[in-house]
Design a protein around this ligand. Structure first.
Ligand code: GDP
Length: 182
């Protein structure tokens, strides 16, 4: 058990959110950490993170989730953002094919800057906009399989699969970490 102030936890996992501007990274973060959603597009610049402590595979895990907070617009994400990250949620918008096309560029960025063992999960967000869908689930699924990524579709607005996405990536990280410390 680690102790920081009053809080006790078994593990601290840093997870970063990446992907094009406007895909819903901040709202995925706020849905997971505060159960909140905001329709306004924020314009805050600068890295932000939020934490949530939860049970993963029977262990108490403090997750520290980092949001680019707009830096990706200027392609100015520094290597400090990726430092120590055990997981990455690579988000695109299912209504905007360009954000899916850019996933390849984000993967390269991760492979250039993040730890080689980082767990990466591809997330297609905004599934509530059913009539505007422009990226097939099957195409994204097979892309993820080819690249060795986990894959899930979410709606931060409707709170669909957000919890599951985090539980899945934190579980994957836990399994890697616990194998290492055997
Ligand atoms: P970021 O730039 O990737 O952090 O994206 P934001 O979280 O700021 O979201 C950009 C815009 O998309 C905002 O207007 C959000 O309200 C909206 N948005 C985010 N997630 C969803 C979602 O799941 N469904 C819908 N319909 N809109 C969303």
């Amino acid at each position: 058990m680690s102790r920081r102030g009053d809080e006790e936890y078994d593990y601290l996992f840093k997870v970063v959110l990446i992907g094009d501007s406007g895909v819903g990274k901040s709202n995925i973060l706020s849905r997971f950490t505060r159960n909140e959603f905001c329709l306004e597009s924020k314009s805050t610049i600068g890295v932000e993170f939020a934490t949530r402590t939860l049970e993963v595979e029977g262990r108490t895990v403090k997750s520290q989730i980092w949001d680019t907070a707009g830096q990706e617009r200027y392609r100015a994400i520094t290597s400090a953002y990726y430092r120590g990250a055990l997981g990455a949620l690579l988000v695109y918008d299912v209504t905007k094919p360009t954000t899916f096309d850019n996933v390849t560029r984000w993967l390269k960025e991760l492979r250039d800057h993040a730890d080689a063992n980082i767990v990466i999960m591809l997330i297609g967000n905004k599934t509530d906009l059913r009539h505007l869908r422009a990226v097939n689930t099957e195409d994204a699924q097979s892309y993820a399989e080819r690249e060795g990524l986990s894959f899930i579709e979410t709606s931060a607005l409707e709170a669909t699969n957000v919890e599951k996405a985090f539980q899945t990536i934190l579980g994957e990280i836990y399994r890697i970490i616990s194998k290492k410390s055997l």
